[in-house]
Design a protein around this ligand. Structure first.
Ligand code: HEC
Ligand code: HEC
Length: 247
């Protein structure tokens, strides 16, 4: 009698736990299917993207402080589910914050869908790929861009020029602002030269001297080697004094 009772109880217990785990599994499966089949609204994802993400990933997804979204390489996986995970939880140690407080899960789905729609769009100013190729799994080739070190100490390099006179030369006398915008805050990425540290790290000083001497071949940037040494020094001092981490 007792033996039979025990067997009954054990059987009931096993049945209950079996049902429970089956339930949980199917729920999990539905959830992961949801994110990969539900496409999300790309258009409203774009609105969220421009508001919250473009400052680090670029207006066109070309990358800046954060990685480029227009290539086939990913640091944290390429499925919609992978993106949702990284957007939700962030990668705080690397400067990507968690968005779960600011955005609803629907908004996260939409913005992930928008990001996925950018692949192959080839913006002209895209930064180098990072991570692994989503199909071949190959590591992106390491380029200079990846080694760029943020160096705000550049502001403190003693250049010995006159900042005010440099600003005057840049904005009015020499017409640099005609292309680079007032105070170098250009509208196009390659003309905004307030973030040379971002593009060149601590090599920015040499880059400046070279580009003034020779211009930038194949672009609208002409050489300025006819300037006097004082003018060059003043303009450089001015530009270096307005470098920011963000554009
Ligand atoms: C303050 C800068 C910053 C902002 C703002 C930002 N990100 Fe990021 N994001 C990063 C950085 C840096 C990384 C790279 C993390 C790493 O190296 O692991 C990253 C990584 C990512 C990745 C993973 C890319 C990959 O290759 O796997 C996704 C997806 C992403 N961000 C989406 C977003 C979305 C969506 C928003 C806006 C809601 C956003 N980010 C806003 C800095 C930012
Ligand atoms: C006719 C347009 C034009 C004028 C005028 C012009 N620039 Fe440029 N400059 C450019 C463009 C375009 C680039 C970006 C080239 C590239 O994409 O590599 C550039 C690049 C630079 C860079 C390199 C920064 C970087 O991040 O690549 C510096 C520094 C610079 N310009 C300073 C100046 C100064 C100083 C003046 C005035 C004395 C000036 N420019 C006038 C068009 C111009």
């Amino acid at each position: 009698m007792i033996k039979r009772k025990v067997i009954l109880i054990i059987t009931a217990f096993l049945l209950i736990t079996a049902c429970n785990s089956e339930n949980k599994n199917s729920k999990e499966i539905i959830a992961s299917q949801d994110v990969n089949t539900l496409k999300g609204n790309v258009e409203s994802g774009k609105v969220t993207y421009l508001q919250y993400c473009a400052s680090c990933h670029g207006k066109l997804g070309q990358g800046s402080i954060g990685p480029n979204f227009t290539d086939a390489y990913w640091l944290h996986g390429s499925t919609r589910e992978d993106l949702i995970k990284v957007i939700t939880n962030g990668v705080p140690a690397k400067g990507m914050i968690s968005w779960k407080e600011q955005l609803k899960s629907k908004e996260i789905l939409n913005v992930a869908s928008y990001i996925l729609s950018l692949e192959g769009s080839q913006p002209s100013n895209a930064i180098a790929a990072q991570g692994k190729h989503k199909i071949t799994g190959e590591e992106a080739v390491v380029s200079d861009q990846k080694d760029v070190v943020m160096d705000t100490s550049i502001k403190n390099i003693p250049l010995g020029g006159n900042k005010q006179s440099g600003a005057m030369l840049f904005n009015a006398v020499l017409g640099c602002a005609h292309c680079h915008g007032a105070n170098a805050k250009g509208h196009k990425d390659n003309r905004n030269i307030r973030n040379m540290t971002l593009r060149y790290g601590n090599k920015a000083s040499n880059v400046f001297d070279l580009v003034i001497q020779e211009g930038r071949n194949g672009t609208a940037m002409p050489p300025w080697n006819h300037l006097t040494d004082t003018q060059k020094k003043d303009v450089k001092t001015f530009i270096f004094s307005i470098q920011t981490k963000n554009k």
